[in-house]
Ligand binder design. Structure first.
Ligand code: NAP
Length: 478
């Protein structure tokens, strides 16, 4: 499968650029596409084209285009899934889940386009405004820059560009270097669905050059970014007055209280710890287990994790494919070694062959191990015992991240205590930290980010408020 387009879409043309970006199959290593990387002049041209896009489309048309694009993506399902599996190394099951989520995100954004509205302002309270009418309108911000990570090349791209377009903006998309192919299919579907060409520009290429130029550009009015905390912090530092929405790193905890329903919880935890080879920002990395059930949980989880089929993502039954690169797998191996060096017990997995890591489970995670504070982004889950609510909250809140936490607990009083005590953007009761239905507001606190995704929140956020005040008659001179 070779990519027919250059992947570089600037000012209405699939253009050629001075650089090349080879894209490899993450399991076989075969180069499956070579995209064109824009030069600085083309990055400027893309932003200028987006800025000249003209009057926003009527909301009904925006909604119709998003819905048609989703239909076209669905019709191309087999091609999209094959491309996704090749460029990510994730399994076909992971690919299917993400494509289905993408279609839903497009539909939800279409609905938001139709209900986007301002509000009436009761200015009559101010002296001299008995006859005034005041209201606000939501107007597009203009040019939105969307920068996405490697680990969700369909749904995260959808969570950026669909709300931007639903809100009436033009969007310049810079997908991750390692997984840019799905973005091409999405952009092509939007164009075939009738999106005017200037409203979308696609710039494959390195973050340090193409992405950096984009986020520094004064005509970019809003930056929607998902990726590491380090790059997010850099974007805040260089982007001037552009508004930002930043979805950043995490090392998410999930808590099993002593009354947790383990039949229900353990399969969910295994799925949320290891799907996409653990390369999900909300993956269960730290499992805080009440000491009363720690032995039972440890032995049951060891059996479950030991049995996870891993390796070739296309082989029937495989649940864990390779990591995005051998370097990422080596880093994971180092984190496991560090935890063991600090006294943790490796219960299963943790061995590496190239970019593949055998699903790893550790017990007795000490608080000074790197896995307790850093993000692994790998199929690695570490158990730590907790004895009280205070201890559980202190350990869950330790460190710089605060994206989401899961709490399995039947006692409502304990559950509500955790909702108050956990310093997270989201607390999920009776599911894992990775539970993320797309309509919900989703975003982190602390070093996990700022602002929230979710169509109902992102679409209005990608607009500006314009205040209109109408006087029925000129104000009296006194
Ligand atoms: P990353 O290295 O931060 O890259 C993210 C994007 O930023 C890529 O497109 C990258 O381009 C670009 N970039 C790099 N340097 C840049 C710069 N100076 N200016 C502008 N853009 C720049 O992250 P990743 O490794 O792809 O993804 C993993 C990270 O994403 C993890 O930390 C994970 O937790 C986080 N994540 C968070 C969420 C969430 O919702 N909170 C969801 C998913 C992932 P290149 O590809 O060329 O490097």
């Amino acid at each position: 499968m070779r990519e027919p387009d250059t992947g570089l879409f600037v000012d209405g043309t699939w253009a050629e650029g001075p650089g090349r970006l080879p894209v490899a199959d993450k399991y076989t290593g075969e180069v499956i596409a070579e995209l064109h990387v824009p030069g600085p002049g083309q990055v400027d041209a893309a932003i200028a084209s987006a800025a000249r896009a003209g009057e926003p489309l009527p909301s009904g048309e925006r909604a119709a285009i998003l819905r048609r694009a989703a239909r076209l993506l669905d019709e191309e399902r087999d091609t999209v899934l094959a491309r996704y599996v090749a460029e990510t190394g994730f399994t076909p099951a992971d690919a299917t889940t993400e494509l289905d989520r993408t279609l839903l995100i497009f539909e939800l954004c279409a609905q938001e386009a139709l209900r986007l509205t301002g509000e009436m302002v009761p200015v009559q309270a101010a002296a001299g405004h008995d006859d005034s009418i005041c209201f606000t309108m939501r107007v597009p911000v203009g040019v939105v820059a969307a920068i996405t990570p490697f680990n969700a090349p369909l749904s995260t791209v959808a969570h950026k560009i669909a709300p931007a377009l639903a809100a009436g903006n033009a969007v310049v998309l810079k997908p991750a270097e390692q997984t840019p192919l799905c973005s091409i299919v999405i952009v092509r579907s939007l164009l075939e669905a009738g999106l005017p060409e200037r409203l979308v520009q696609l710039l494959p290429g390195p973050g340090e050059t193409v992405g950096d130029q984009l986020v520094r550009h004064p005509d970019v009015r809003y930056i929607t970014f998902t990726g590491s905390t380090e790059v997010g912090r850099h974007i805040r530092a260089v982007s001037g007055l552009a508004r930002t929405q930043l979805e950043l790193g995490s090392n998410s905890p999930t808590l099993l209280w002593r009354d947790a329903d383990l039949e229900h919880a353990l399969p969910l935890i295994v799925r949320a710890g290891y799907r996409k080879a653990g390369q999900v920002c909300t993956s269960v990395q730290r499992l805080l287990v009440h000491e009363a059930i720690a032995d039972e949980v440890t032995s049951r989880l060891t059996a479950l994790v030991h049995g996870i089929p891993y390796g070739d993502p296309r082989a029937p039954g495989t649940q864990v494919g390779p990591l995005i690169s051998t370097a990422a797998a080596q880093r994971a191996e180092t984190l496991v070694g560090d935890a063991v060096g600090h006294g943790s017990r490796l219960l299963t997995g943790g061995t590496r062959a190239g970019a593949v890591i055998a699903p790893a489970l550790l017990a007795g995670l000490p608080e000074n191990a790197l896995l307790a504070s850093e993000e692994a982004f790998a199929p690695v889950l570490a158990i730590a015992p907790i004895g009280s609510i205070d201890e559980a909250a202190r350990m869950a809140n330790a460190g710089r991240y605060g994206l989401q936490a899961g709490v399995f607990c039947q006692d409502l009083d304990v559950a509500f205590t955790f909702t108050r005590r956990l310093e997270m953007g989201g607390v999920i009761i009776n599911d894992t930290s990775s539970c993320h239905p797309d309509p919900m507001p989703y975003g982190g606190v602390k070093d996990s980010g700022q602002g929230v995704e979710g169509p109902g929140y992102a679409v209005p956020d990608m607009t500006e408020s314009r205040t209109i005040l109408i006087r029925h008659r000129p104000p009296s001179p006194d």
